[in-house]
Design a protein around this ligand. Structure first.
Ligand code: SF4
Length: 168
């Protein structure tokens, strides 16, 4: 069955995404090992309001809310700034044109060069948690959709950034 939200794939590309694809939330992969990778090796740990362990909403509460969503729109962009702006625009579009009550963007927050943490967030209306902040395995989730996490020969991630908008 073709989902009601399918036009949002095209809309995301019009808004600046390189690609966008719908996924059923049942196909989204979670792996608690992602928390180890956040804690050990990521320079955003503890420095951003939108990254572990500072999100304020527990993983249990997030998963309770996540269970109410049926679709996610995976968005690929070539820059993190682009990712944040497209994901937020799609979130708004889902609410205004698709009668979606609680669309939620999951995308790396890069709004400020330096996060205001621990002072209050500068732009709380723009800040969202990233896909992996609550344990999502981004690589395993996007691979069946034809997306690939790719690295150059020095092991550096090639410039493809991923965000998602959860749709109810
Ligand atoms: S909007 Fe700025 S202050 Fe708020 S979480 Fe994002 S980077 Fe931090």
């Amino acid at each position: 069955m073709r989902p009601y939200f399918e036009p949002l794939e095209k809309k995301a590309v019009e808004l600046g995404a390189a690609k966008a694809k719908l996924i059923e939330t049942g196909q989204i992969v979670f792996d608690p090992r992602s928390f180890l990778k956040c804690r050990f090796g990521c320079n955003r740990w503890g420095k951003f309001w939108t990254c572990p362990p500072n999100m304020s909403i527990s993983r249990e509460l997030f998963m309770e809310a996540f269970a109410r969503y049926r679709w996610g729109l995976v968005i690929q962009t070539t820059t993190p700034k682009g990712g944040q702006s497209v994901a937020l625009a799609v979130e708004k579009e889902a609410m205004l044109s698709f009668n979606c009550s609680y669309p939620l963007a999951l995308v790396l927050c890069v709004e400020c060069d330096e996060c205001a943490f621990p002072n209050p967030c500068n732009f709380p209306h723009l800040a969202r948690p990233s896909m992996d902040a609550y344990g999502m395995d981004i690589g395993k989730t996007i691979e069946p959709l034809g997306f690939k996490v790719e690295f150059d020969k020095d092991g550096k991630l090639l410039p493809a950034w991923y965000g998602m908008v959860l749709l109810d």
